[in-house]
Design a protein around this ligand. Sequence first.
Ligand code: FES
Length: 60
Amino acid sequence: MYVCICNALTDKQVISAIARGCAKPSEIYSNYETAPRCGKCAIKMNELIARQNPSPTAAR
Ligand code: FES
């Protein structure tokens, strides 16, 4: 399933980036050498970050 349509990033790619230490959507974009465009995916990315890493920093 695509999380970020603008950059063609899937949920598996986002989860993989989180597992490698990405804790913010901006870090996930950078991990795949992309940048936010419309920004609509940030909500879903934050949900995945919170699910994978339920620490206080995950909500930032
Ligand atoms: S869906 Fe990710 S920037 Fe548009």
